[in-house]
Design a protein around this ligand. Structure first.
Ligand SMILES: Cc1ncc(COP(=O)(O)O)c(CNCCCC(=O)O)c1O
Length: 453
């Protein structure tokens, strides 16, 4: 193993030097050695976007085994929203780990699970009686939201949307739109899952929200039938599908139709939840109140936790023992979640997400004015995307997006892509990032775009 560089920190959090520092090429020699070991030990089916192996993280940086300090514009896919190794989260995790690590809530319960449920019932949209169930991953929570809706309505069909993403389990693959890399070869998929057209303003040529909702409802009524439909599952802003923000009024019109037809409206806020979009939940932006809301990712600052929260009469529809799992609501993850919620409230992170969004959109919109390859800058809060196209068209430019992302990675900026066509650069910085570091990351991105052919 290559000699350990002197600048390897053992502690993360906001005390890490908030700088972009390249001491080797990215990835460096120690990362490359680890990547070789990964290839010999881990299936290649689990890919890695940027094989710079991390040793510490915090604020807005990731430090790798070679001593490089990278600007983090990905937050581990919208997870470390309050900052990696956030001090409150780290302390809560350490204290809980020292007390007990697991009992299985279904066997001998503990207060952390109840406190998280109480917080979610209080914080999620809707001023009605709610209940919560905790799980481990977003996909698991989406699966259980569908189980709940099916029992509550006595109906089986589920509708998801074009460009939607909901997970990698069998049912959530059926709900997910994009074949590669999520679904290819893994069928057959769960039955009774149908797809409706999404409101995608950049590609909708002037179809407004209500009209897009009528278009979707027409497909649902003709191809599924409300009498057969248990639930509609939708991301208020689609994540993996390209940060697609539906036109105003689309979600509200869908909710209204669901309410009138005994269809459960499930908001998948796995990627948009917990202050990411400049509201505590993306549904809050338009006053949309889902019947069930699925949360994960940002909920626990990196600890695996997910939740289904919703109307008590729906959540209590399954029989006792019908929901659960060994680890659901793990006590350490619950301790992390309570610290995350405290941090979001104490540090005003909803407002910080809006500040970040304004800063990012201003910079990217200025770039767009001079670069016709930028088809659209969109998103809300600290969930902003750039859709890249062939100049003057809406034709996706996936190779350009990949080239820009790779160039940014080489310069020590971690940026992700997404989108049905892979042509969307997405920015998901931790809300703990400084304006200066965020601005430097955007400078690198701008230079990478300018240099890309
Ligand atoms: C809206 C929405 N619902 C559900 C999920 C699934 O959450 P899990 O915790 O990954 O199961 C996601 C996860 N998104 C990132 C997946 C990355 C990948 O697997 O390549 C999401 O964004």
């Amino acid at each position: 193993m290559t000699a350990t560089p002197t600048t390897i920190p053992s502690t993360g959090g906001p005390s890490l030097p908030q700088e972009r520092r390249l001491v080797t090429e990215i990835p460096g020699p120690r990362s490359r050695e680890l990547a070789a070991r990964k290839d010999a030990a881990v299936t290649h089916a689990v890919g890695t976007m940027l094989p710079a192996y991390v040793v510490a993280a915090g604020g807005g940086v990731l430090v790798d085994v070679d001593g490089n300090s990278l600007i983090d514009l990905g937050s581990g896919i919208a997870v470390t929203t309050v900052g990696n190794s956030n001090p409150r989260v780290a302390a809560a995790v350490a204290a809980q780990a020292a007390a007990f690590t697991h009992t299985c809530f279904m066997i001998t319960p503990y207060d952390g699970y109840v406190e998280v449920a109480e917080a979610l019932n209080r914080l999620t949209p809707g001023d009605f009686d709610k209940r919560t169930a905790l799980f481990n991953s977003g996909a698991e929570a989406v699966e259980n939201a569908v189980k709940i809706a099916r029992v509550a309505t006595g109906k089986q069909a589920v509708v998801a949307f074009d460009h939607g993403y909901h997970g990698r389990t069998n049912l959530t693959m059926a709900l997910t739109a994009k074949n590669m890399p999520y679904k290819h070869g893994f069928g057959p998929f769960a039955p009774e899952v149908y797809r409706a057209p999404m409101s995608y303003p950049f590609r909708d040529a002037g179809v407004d929200g209500p009209a897009a909702a009528r278009r979707a409802i027409d497909v649902i009524e003709k191809q599924v039938g409300a009498a057969n439909l248990a639930a509609v599952v939708i991301e208020p802003i689609q994540g993996e599908g390209g940060f697609v923000v539906p036109a105003p009024g689309f979600l509200a019109a869908l909710v209204e139709w669901c309410r009138a037809n005994d269809v459960v409206f499930i908001a998948d806020e796995v990627q948009t939840g917990f202050a990411r979009t400049g509201d505590l939940f993306a549904c809050d932006h338009e006053g949309v109140v889902p019947d069930l809301i699925v949360t994960a990712k940002g909920i626990a600052g990196g600890l695996p936790l997910a939740a289904v929260t919703g109307r008590a009469e729906l959540m209590d529809a399954p029989h006792v023992g019908g929901l659960g799992g060994t680890y659901g609501g793990n006590p350490i993850a619950c301790a992390a979640a309570l610290a995350v919620i405290e941090t979001i409230e104490a540090d005003g992170l909803v407002g910080r997400a809006r500040e970040i969004g304004d800063l990012v959109v201003d910079r990217l919109t200025a770039l767009q004015a001079a670069d016709p390859r930028i088809g659209e800058v969109r998103g809300r809060g600290a969930m902003i995307a750039v859709e890249l196209v062939k100049p003057g068209t809406t034709e996706p430019a996936a190779a350009l997006a990949a080239q820009v992302a790779a160039a940014a990675h080489a310069q020590g900026v971690v940026v992700l892509t997404c989108g049905t066509w892979g042509n969307v650069l997405r920015l998901l910085p931790p809300l703990s990032i400084s304006d200066a570091l965020l601005g430097e990351g955007l400078d690198v991105l701008a230079d990478a775009l300018a240099a890309a052919k």
